[in-house]
Design a protein around this ligand. Structure first.
Ligand code: ADP
Ligand code: MG
Length: 960
């Protein structure tokens, strides 16, 4: 950056050194009350933080400079982090007045997305993880005997790939704000899935890891850290500062990952051991219901796919404090597969749900609970101020209320509630220490006094007494001197610069006594001091200074004493978090009519089940499901009839139950589910946009490899992204495989009506369907599931219900029948009832476009017409005649062109339509609307159609 070091001033040289030391970060360099950046970095800071770019000028030259005030540095740091920078805070670590020349500065904190500790930068409701991932050797069995060293050289790319597929990966995460540290290992899929689930904000990758291997964790900043930290021996030593590596962790990979993550965490926090990382916890993903990123997303657990923004988390989150909020998130992200654990939680929820007053008292108390985990983190890092300690005391103060409320809950002396109550340590000693030591409403600053309570420290009290006595003497001085001098207007005052003075106005200067010494001359008066006043002044100031310094010392002692109790406070936080979630589950259950699920059923069965999220905004129709009929349910029904909602509500019910929550159903009999898979067919995943058929198939692969007899599989329109023949074939083969090889509880929503034939062929496969009904002039969806497949022509049924002319309906039915007989061309020829009329009606179109003919006769599925040209040119001739008048109106822009699906079912013009007139035109539009096959129209097609219709109506309006 600055090439000639010798030519720099000492300060700029110091800055340059720090920048070189932290070359992966943006160094913010304390100069007084500002953090400054220079040169190129200054330009970055100015741009991102929107502050003025100025220049620093010294004896060696002019440098661009940009600074942000230290007082609200957090908001600027946040912007820099958001823009992908790490920020190194280089603070003055020596009081300016002690420095003989240049003030010492050092990087006290490296702020990165994964190592945030500032409340202002953190979201209270989610953990903020830093992760590290490593790859071990493949477990092909030759790792141990070491006899194959010779052919290592020609292993080549193939060998590497093989190793990647079978290797064990290690993953460790730490939340630097709370001290939580989790470690696991497994094959690549498992670990990638855990990365997705834990969603670290920053991920360290070991040198052997290719970035694209873990590119799935796209939300994370990727950091390459000192490769030495991933070294097994170094890592083992690093971990042993926190836990006995070989006792707690299961493999070298876990040790390496944990070592690296802890080393980096320490490095960012200034290099010392992080005392509040009091436990390194190993977990096995197999202890939890596995939910990969696709499942989390499509079930909308934490992120909504629609504009409503509603999620399961948002629906259930009535927690009282941040501890509970993060615990709720963790339970939903990792539902247990331990039935005893789930039952223990459910027992507690049941007990809490029966006693409303006790529950509300408990929640009221929990609302007073501060974020203990992060608070204790700050205490332990020596970053807590006096207010933090008072907040801690306040929280400890509600623990007795929590206990009291618990004691009024029925069955509180058994099960989980009893265990939690036993662990509820109110840390009375810590609280009393803080309350005795710290004033009730302390200032933000801890170095300027006013923090420590009177009576806590004798020495401090003595110094304060001296100060107080001195001040009292001064405040009496005015009266005394007025009397002594006879000057009634004499005043005693104080300025920061000159200290204490006695002020006498000019007319009275004659009466000033001899022991007054002049200090300052003003326009109308003179200021004096006396030797005694000077002595007192020195006494007061030095006492006050000493008191402030001593207060800071006393405060730090108290903070250290609290830090020594870190583990107890963390334990308390853990208990309060559980209680908050259990009480929340109970409250939500009562408020929304959830019931307790039971486990141990042979097959999943739900009566009167609802979708927990959808029911909050919609008059919801409850539905049943019963897998004792078989493990695979094929769900058919028109678009918008409720298939997707139904499938998701079943998965959400299982997730909620295994998190320990009551469920929205009148009765629920469940099996413990080891893993939930959800796959949404490409064309159905409009919100996602980026879905492709390839991706759909890749995801399907994961299901077929990963599912077990204990899994719950949701397949929503899988196979839709390709042609009918292919799609149907894939759907059928998938179902057969799931039936024969996997035995997972499966719900398959499909528009391939043919698939429901499988229900007749296989035991264990059964069909369900949703129907549409007519109410008045509207087609309505009852959203009610019924047994059996929907009638093969449900689309035609919907058309009839919608009021499509009987002749069209008839014709459509014939086409369906013909297709089902495998007689693609025969529809019209065989048709005796309406064939002639239909033929006549179609003539003009058939002759005008080839694609049209193909579309009209080619089977019953719209997708068969793909690529046949049945597109926008497929407009009735009457319209084409219109084209000359306004060519711009004739065709839709490419993006809005209706796809084959609509084009085929929509334009069947009224054969009697004469030359165009307003009414006829409008009638055509209406007929086209009626003719839409709702069952086979995707939302995209519907939009395109609407667009088309609007244009045509505009057209009508404009015609004379
Ligand atoms: P499909 O997958 O069959 O196209 P969806 O499940 O997407 O249908 O549901 C379509 C609409 O119907 C959604 O907006 C949903 O809110 C509503 N819906 C679905 N099931 C129900 C139900 N049981 N009760 C009330 N509304 C429902
Ligand atoms: Mg759907």
């Amino acid at each position: 950056m600055l090439d000639v070091r010798e030519e720099l001033t000492p300060m700029m040289a110091q800055y340059t050194d720090l920048c070189e030391e932290h070359d992966d970060a943006l160094v913010l360099f304390q100069v007084g009350d500002f953090y400054e950046a220079f040169c190129q970095a200054a330009e970055t800071v100015a741009r991102i933080c929107e502050v003025t770019l100025t220049k620093r000028e010294d004896s060696t030259g002019r440098y661009p400079m940009a600074g942000v005030p230290i007082d609200n540095a957090a908001s600027y740091v946040e912007r820099l982090l958001d823009s992908g920078y790490r920020v190194a805070l280089a603070d003055q670590v020596q009081p300016a007045e002690e420095a003989s020349g240049l003030v010492d500065r050092a990087v006290t904190q490296l702020i990165t997305p994964g190592t945030l500790v500032d409340d202002e930068l953190l979201d209270g409701s989610t953990a903020n993880y830093l992760g590290a991932v490593v790859r071990g050797r493949g477990d092909g069995g030759d790792g141990g005997d070491g006899g194959d060293g010779g052919d290592g050289g020609d292993d080549g790319a193939n060998g590497t790939r093989r190793a990647t597929a079978t290797a064990t990966y290690g993953l460790a995460v730490v939340d630097v704000s709370t001290g939580e540290c989790l470690v696991t290992s497994g094959d690549r899929t498992t670990v990638v899935e855990e990365i997705e689930r834990l969603a670290p904000a920053e991920l360290l990758t070991a040198p052997e890891i290719d970035l694209d291997e873990t590119a799935v964790a796209s939300g994370a900043m990727h950091t390459s850290f000192d490769p030495g930290a991933f070294d097994l021996d170094a890592a083992r030593e690093q971990v042993s500062a926190y836990a006995r590596p070989d006792a707690v962790l299961a493999s070298d990979e876990e040790i390496r990952a944990a070592g690296a993550v802890l080393a980096y965490a320490e490095y960012t926090q200034g290099g010392d051991r992080l005392d509040y990382v009091s436990r390194v916890t190993r977990f096995d993903p197999r202890e939890y219901m596995r939910l990969d990123a696709t499942a989390l997303r499509s079930l909308e657990l934490f992120e909504s796919r629609s504009r409503s923004g509603r999620t399961l988390m948002g629906t259930l989150d009535e927690t009282a404090c941040a501890l509970g909020r993060r615990r709720l998130e963790a339970w939903l992200r990792r539902p247990t597969i331990d039935r005893d654990e789930a039952e223990a939680r459910l027992d507690a929820v049941e007990a809490l749900s029966t006693e409303g007053v006790a529950r509300e008292t408990l929640r009221e108390a929990l609302r007073e609970v501060y974020d203990l985990e992060r608070l204790v983190g700050r205490v332990s890092r020596g970053r807590a101020n006096a207010r933090d300690l008072r907040s801690l005391a306040t929280t400890l103060g509600v623990v007795p209320d929590v206990r009291e409320a618990l004691e009024t809950v029925p069955d509180h002396d058994a099960g989980r509630l009893a265990t939690l109550a036993d662990r509820l340590d109110d840390c009375a000693d810590v609280r009393s220490l803080v309350e005795r030591a710290i004033v009730p409403d302390p200032p933000q600053e801890i170095t300027e006094g006013g923090v420590v309570r009177e009576g806590f420290d004798d020495e401090l009290d003595e110094i304060r007494a001296v100060e107080r006595e001195g001040r009292a003497w001064v405040s009496d001085l005015e009266a005394r001197e007025r009397e002594r001098t006879g000057i009634d207007s004499l005043e005693v005052g104080y300025t920061q610069v000159h200290g204490y003075y006695i002020e006498v106005t000019n007319p009275n200067l004659d009466s000033v006594p001899d022991d007054y010494t002049r200090r300052q001359t003003l326009k109308n008066s003179e200021r004096f001091y006396t030797p005694e006043l000077k002595r007192r002044e020195d006494e007061i100031l030095s006492a006050s200074e000493r008191a402030d310094a001593l207060e800071y010392e006393v405060f730090c002692d108290v903070r250290d004493a609290v830090a020594a109790e870190t583990e107890r406070i963390q334990e308390l936080a853990d208990v309060l978090a559980d209680l908050d979630v259990l009480a929340t589950f109970a409250g939500v259950a009562v408020e929304h009519g959830y019931t307790r699920p039971t486990f141990g059923a042979d097959a999943l069965a739900i009566e009167g089940g609802r979708h927990p999220v959808v029911e909050r905004t919609t008059e919801f129709v409850p539905n049943d499901v019963d897998f004792s009929k078989g493990e695979i349910a094929l769900v058919t029904g028109p678009n918008m009839s409720g298939k997707s909602t139904y499938m998701r509500q079943i998965a959400l019910t299982s997730i909620m139950a295994q998190a320990g929550c009551f469920v929205p159903a009148s009765e629920t009999r469940l099996r413990i589910v080891d893993r939930v898979f959800t796959r949404v067919g490409a064309s159905d995943d409009i919100a996602g946009g980026q879905s492709t058929f390839m991706r759909e198939m890749a995801e399907l692969t994961e299901v077929l490899h990963g599912a077990t007899g204990e899994s719950l599989v949701l397949l929503d329109e899988v196979g839709r992204g390709t042609s009918t023949t292919d799609g149907l074939a894939i759907a059928r083969a998938t179902t057969e495989f799931l039936h024969d090889e996997v035995g997972a509880t499966t719900l398959f929503a499909t528009h391939y009506h043919e698939l429901t034939d499988l229900a007749d062929e296989y035991d264990g496969v059964f069909a369900l369907h949703f129907t549409a009904d007519r109410a008045g002039d509207d087609v309505t969806f009852l959203h009610r599931v019924a047994e059996g497949p929907s009638s093969s022509s449900y689309g035609v049924e919907v058309a009839r219900l919608a009021g499509v002319p009987e002749r069209v309906v008839e014709r459509a039915r014939n086409l369906v029948d013909a297709a089902e007989r495998g007689d693609g061309e025969g529809g019209r020829a065989d048709d005796t009832s309406g064939g002639d009329t239909n033929a006549a009606g179609r003539e003009p179109d058939a002759s005008s476009t080839d694609g049209r003919t193909a579309a009209a006769t080619n089977g019953h599925d719209p997708r068969d017409a793909a690529g046949t040209g049945a597109g926008p040119e497929d407009v009735p001739e009457t319209e084409q005649g219109d084209a000359g008048t306004d060519p711009a109106e004739k065709t839709l822009p490419a993006s809005a062109q209706p796809t084959d699906g609509r084009a085929k079912s929509a334009p069947l013009p009224d054969p009697s339509a004469g030359p165009r007139d307003d009414t006829n035109h409008a009638r055509e539009v209406l007929a086209d609307i009626r003719a839409v096959d709702v069952a086979r129209t995707t939302p995209m097609d519907a939009l395109a159609l609407l667009h088309d219709l609007q244009r045509r109506l505009d057209d009508t309006d404009r015609e004379p």
